[in-house]
Write a protein of this length. Structure first.
Lengths: 113, 112
């Protein structure tokens, strides 16, 4: 069964550094999402992406965040200048048509020191 | 925006017992309610979902009920097994968006 994949599984960075988290959605899916989960807390929506543009974003997704689909398979989340509070598990998800089930990737654990 | 409350935060049962997790939502326009299971350190995985035109849905040992009037929905797991131990998240979303708002999660512990 096809799965969403994410790299790296764990990223450690210094405060103020830029990080790029990578995702490969399921190949025939058209809608892509990023979520974050601070340790022990609920999953929070960050942004959704369709047809090469952001379709929705939450208030968490401020100017420090950006998303991109640089080629036909990858979907990336960039955090320009990381803060301590950005430490969390970041999940990518994809769905076939936006109204259907979202499939989550295994997550990238981001640790900001 | 949507607000989803989930109870209890922790649920401890003996193997073979039933487990019930309850959620309420605030936005009457919400019409899609997925439930996710997240094992420790793993990704959330959809286990069952229900849309607002249905009151109940069952898949083997798992069932979900929806009361639109009261704006609450519940997950029922029968004949629990130790491998059911995980954190379960409810979520609610509405058509046109389908961006789920998650509850805070219920840590289910099934004792052998």
């Amino acid at each position: 069964e096809p799965e969403v994949t994410q790299t790296p599984s764990h990223q450690v960075t210094q405060m103020g550094q830029e990080v790029i988290l990578r995702c490969v959605p399921i190949s025939n899916h058209l809608y892509f999402y990023w979520y974050r989960q601070i340790l022990g807390q609920k999953v929070e929506f960050l942004v959704s992406f369709y047809n090469n543009e952001i379709s929705e974003k939450s208030e968490i997704f401020d100017d420090q965040f950006s998303v991109e689909r640089p080629d036909g398979s990858n979907f990336t989340l960039k955090i320009r200048s990381t803060k301590l509070e950005d430490s969390a598990m970041y999940f990518c998800a994809s769905s076939e048509n936006g109204a259907d089930t979202q499939y989550f990737g295994p997550g990238t654990r981001l640790t900001v020191l | 925006g949507e607000n989803v409350e989930q109870h209890p935060s922790t649920l401890s049962v003996q193997e073979g017992d039933s487990a019930v997790i309850k959620c309420t939502y605030s936005d009457s326009a919400s019409n899609y309610f997925p439930w996710y299971k997240q094992e420790l350190g793993k990704r959330p995985q959809l286990i069952i979902d229900i849309r607002s035109n249905v009151g109940e849905k069952k898949d083997q040992r798992i069932a979900v009920t929806l009361n639109k009037t009261a704006k609450h929905f519940s997950l029922h797991i029968t004949e629990t097994q130790p491998e059911d131990s995980a954190v379960y998240f409810c979520a609610a979303s509405k058509g046109g968006s389908y961006i789920p708002t998650f509850g805070r999660g219920t840590s289910l512990i099934v004792h052998p």
